[in-house]
Design a protein around this ligand. Sequence first.
Ligand SMILES: [Zn+2]
Length: 194
Amino acid sequence: MKIVCSICKKSIAEQAPYKDQSIIQAKCTDCINKAKEMLSRINTSPPPEKSRLETYANGLTGRISIAGEETGKISFGELGVSGRKFECFKDNRDEFCNYLAGIDSPEVDVMFIHSLDIKIDPATRGRRKKKKTEEPSEKETITYNCTVTVSKDDALSMFDEKSKTMKELVEVLAGVLHREWQAEQAGKDVKDKT
Ligand SMILES: [Zn+2]
């Protein structure tokens, strides 16, 4: 049996029974990597006329833009760097460094989530019961991105800072879950004894 890539039709491997000429569809590593790369592509540079300039206390200037409209969407644990997004954690650091090394200019665009604007519709805010005839009101969250242009060293510091924050966040969450689990176990014990 032949294992063939369903995208590029390249033969990946053969497996028993070898006389059987039927084909098993799979995806080759090249195609998987290409798809991964496509998914990680992101617009990190908002058009100047659509974004807002903001200067931070450290003197750095960033451009604020609306995620999904003027720039791409990233999550809290990610950074968008010159057209590509990265999840910031230790295992991705080498890939991040390689990516930076492959960029010709000394400075790169780094995009991160700046803030969220959650719009709650008046009906939910007032806890009024919605009339059935009412149009579904728009409840939306606007995510604002900030893009700063920094040196590659600074970009790496931002990556490290983000992975540290994410690690701490994971530890905090794990702690909360553990305490909840302990409380639940304690509750069970009480129940068992009664
Ligand atoms: Zn392929």
